[in-house]
Design a protein around this ligand. Sequence first.
Ligand code: ADP
Length: 169
Amino acid sequence: MTTITLALGDITRESVDAIVNAANSSLLGGGGVDGAIHRRGGPAILEECRKLRASHYGKGLPTGQAVATTAGELDAQWVIHTVGPVFSESEDRSELLASCYRESLRVADELGARTVAFPAISTGVYRWPMQDAARIAVETVRSTETAVEEVRFVLFDERAYEVFAAQVR
Ligand code: ADP
């Protein structure tokens, strides 16, 4: 049984086994959550990302996939990097967003992580409407077989928190 919990604030302050990063496909860092994770986690994360790029993801990590690195100085053992889809009005990319949550949980299971913190993937620079993103996030976690005991959605502002809370209720 996976319990879904909610937290308000900065995901880089969470104590969990694994923190999920809304990365971009380059794995070389960016703004938003990605920037915050690399800033607080320190250079060890980027160093592992560079190695992964060189060994496996020369063309970038594909959208909807996930890969783990050290969490550096964060209070976690791993960062799981996943690439969300950019929201599109003309194309339904929901399956790719669902895949981010499923694949991150699959990687978490491989690692043996029992507590995992997720940001609201794709709802920042990638412009996914919060309510739809929350529905996909919660439905996907609820329908995924995993040994993860707690999935904690960490929302950056009160509006996002309320939208997720309405979805979890
Ligand atoms: P994406 O490119 O997938 O849209 P962003 O990082 O731009 O990723 O935004 C994803 C969500 O994370 C947004 O809702 C944004 O408000 C939120 N966010 C930004 N910084 C943090 C942080 N430090 N902790 C938790 N959530 C954050």
